[in-house]
Design a protein around this ligand. Structure first.
Ligand code: ADP
Ligand code: MG
Length: 330
């Protein structure tokens, strides 16, 4: 199977590669062409995933396709952008039909769930790696950036934290757990759901936002720095899933929630006046702290005592999202 046959069979023919809203020209010419309405801005983000670094050698192709697109699309959610499409630069050691079939199916499933269209890419031979570039639209000036947090705002997250970090020993086949624990945790790791609609609902309300990819503490530090404020987090308020709470002891669960990456839920700062309406509308808002004057991210217990995050948590779930580092515990 040659390069063009491969592109046609697995990618150009996929349901997610068919023309649609905002895509004037998809796969097949020298460039894709996207249409933006007057008053809109284009949101663009690129992520590369390399075998052995971002996913294990034993990784299932379907799950990899799903996860690669989810992780990239989450950046659009974090900006409050609406999805348009994505490109896929794929480097493969060989054209294995079974692998390509499964990978394309996983990619397609996530693309359809996120209303994303495959609009182009590149196909080369080499060690397995994927580069996805995602494109979205946002009304001019309304994107949610990391820079607008105001002293007095609430610090909030959009869902349970720590599931993906707790899943990592299962992903790496270092531990096993009963299905009632393993299944929801592995689902959170392999098919995170980008909070696209939620991100759009936060436009005009949240003052700063991002998606949690490297861990709550590490990512909140980006908001603190960009907004020139301090973020105070109350540990007892961190939302934990039933699976994490029942499987891990309390300290370990908090470590996963604070320092584990890969959850892809939104973290954002919110003026108090918007909280009740968002909750009434059914959005998954959990208040975990507040924005204060100062610098950095500070952790407290419910009695208001300052806590230093445990070094073990920092090291084992080392904040880089790098699977080999996590594997080595460095
Ligand atoms: P060019 O030589 O102009 O770079 P290519 O031969 O690389 O074009 O690709 C031909 C068409 O197929 C282009 O529209 C390109 O965007 C698309 N394409 C190539 N690889 C992929 C892929 N892995 N997924 C989706 N589209 C792809
Ligand atoms: Mg090319």
């Amino acid at each position: 199977m040659g390069e063009f046959e491969l592109i046609r069979r697995y990618f150009a023919a996929a349901p997610c590669a068919q023309p649609g809203e905002g895509v004037v020209q998809g796969i097949g010419d020298d460039c894709a062409l996207l249409a933006l309405a007057a008053g809109e801005q284009l949101a663009v983000s690129t992520d590369t995933l390399v075998i052995g670094v971002h996913f294990p050698h034993t990784c299932d192709a379907f799950l990899l396709g799903q996860r690669a697109l989810a992780v990239s699309t989450s950046d659009l959610a974090a900006m409050g952008a609406s999805p348009i499409g994505f490109t896929l630069a794929l480097t493969l050691p060989q054209a294995d039909a079974d692998w390509l079939q499964a990978f394309a199916a996983g990619l397609n499933q996530m693309a359809q769930a996120c209303a994303m269209r495959l609009i182009g890419g590149d196909t080369t031979r080499g060690p397995l790696s994927l580069t996805l570039t995602v494109f979205g639209r946002v009304p001019a000036g309304q994107a949610l950036t990391r820079a607008g947090a105001q002293v007095g705002d609430l610090l909030c997250v959009g869902g349970a934290l720590g599931d993906a970090a707790a899943a990592l020993p299962l992903v790496l086949e270092q531990r096993t757990a009963e299905p009632a624990i393993a299944e929801p945790l592995l689902a959170r790791y392999w098919s995170p759901q980008p909070q696209l609609a939620f991100g759009q609902a936060l436009r005009g309300k949240a003052t700063a936002a991002l998606d949690i990819s490297d861990g709550l503490l590490a990512d909140c530090a980006h908001i603190a720095l960009a907004s020139n404020v301090a973020l105070h987090i109350e540990r007892e308020r961190l939302p934990l899933s039933a699976a994490v709470s029942s499987w891990l002891d309390q300290e370990k669960a908090w470590d996963c929630a604070l320092s584990g990456g890969d959850d892809y839920v939104l973290a954002f700062t919110l003026p108090q006046q918007h909280l009740a309406q968002l909750q009434q509308d059914g959005w998954p808002v959990t208040v975990i702290g507040r924005v204060s004057a100062g610098k950095g991210v500070h952790l407290f217990d419910s009695a208001g005592h300052s806590l230093a995050p445990s070094a073990r948590g920092y090291q084992h779930f080392g904040g880089t999202g790098d699977i080999t580092k996590q594997e080595n515990g460095t």
